[in-house]
Design a protein around this ligand. Structure first.
Ligand code: MF3
Ligand code: CO
Ligand code: CO
Length: 267
């Protein structure tokens, strides 16, 4: 049974595959973020992501992902996750979900290119937002960046969550526990799980591992509730706002490489 939990060390060829998918993910997210403004529906963002992905020879991995008939979970019905305000993650784009001034929206894209995945998200501000909301979004980005700084050979996976918790705690924010970062490659989600709080994962990182870090930080309690009707939308239990940022990270011989970093697509 040990093999079930094994963390795959990627070959050079696999690393190159995830790198190319991650570059496309970064480009897609930048394109989608530029659409964010009051009056735009999340379905318009979905359409744009779907077309951009296909125009670049890739497939949107979220579309039809994750069906679990035994638990009554339907496949995810859209090409991107759009999570507005109190939605933590896995928000389903809809024509009736129209962005308005003061909202925040996380856009989470995952193209599959030549059989490899790249996964990245950001929370965007819709026009001007309240100062405490802007603070939440800024601190959530800091959580991701501090988590990434931990990544190097021999670091323990649990140190990532320790670093993130340390950033969020002084603000009284809740760090979501039920949803975690994940290994990624030929599969969308694989070992290891990457908790964003101090968890029990004592295994060490090795060069050639690729995974996401994607902290979800709530203005209130860390608790979540799953929408019983659509089976996907995850909201804060107390209705408070939630922000998230996600990158796909390669462990290198000396540290890490943020494969979905926008620095690789600028200039
Ligand atoms: N992109 C999400 C993640 O970061 C997963 C979305 S699964 C979907 O892991 F089915 F909702 F698309
Ligand atoms: Co992810
Ligand atoms: Co994602």
């Amino acid at each position: 049974m040990l093999a079930v939990r094994a963390i795959h060390i990627k070959s050079e060829e696999e690393i190159e595959g995830v790198r190319q998918a991650s570059l496309l993910a970064a480009r897609t997210l930048k394109m989608a973020g530029a659409l964010v403004k009051p009056g735009v529906s999340t379905e318009e963002i979905n359409r744009a992501v779907h077309e951009f992905t296909h125009d670049h020879g890739a497939i949107s991995a979220p579309l039809n992902y994750g069906a679990d008939p035994d638990r009554g979970v339907p496949p995810f019905p859209k090409s991107v996750c759009t999570s507005v305000n109190d939605v933590i993650c896995h928000g389903i784009p809809s024509k009736s979900d129209v962005l308005k001034e003061g909202d925040i929206v996380n856009i989470d894209v995952t193209p599959r290119l030549n059989g490899f995945h790249g996964d990245t998200s950001r929370t965007f501000l819709v026009g001007e937002v309240a100062p405490e909301v802007q603070k939440l979004v800024e601190v959530t980005l800091t959580c991701l960046l501090r988590g990434i700084e931990v990544v190097r050979p021999n670091a323990r996976i649990r140190e990532i969550g320790v670093a993130i918790q340390k950033v969020a705690e002084p603000f009284g924010y809740g760090v979501v526990r039920e949803y975690v970062g994940h290994g990624i490659g030929r599969r969308f989600h694989e070992e290891p799980q990457i908790p964003h709080y101090p968890g029990k994962e004592n295994r060490r990182l090795l060069p050639g591992m690729i995974f996401t870090i994607e902290p979800m930080i709530n203005l209130g309690s860390h608790e979540t509730k799953l929408d019983p009707v659509d089976g996907w939308t995850v909201r804060t239990a107390d209705g408070s706002l939630s922000a998230q940022f996600e990158h796909t990270i390669l462990v290198t011989e000396t540290g890490h490489d943020v494969l979905t970093d926008w620095k690789y697509i600028e200039g």
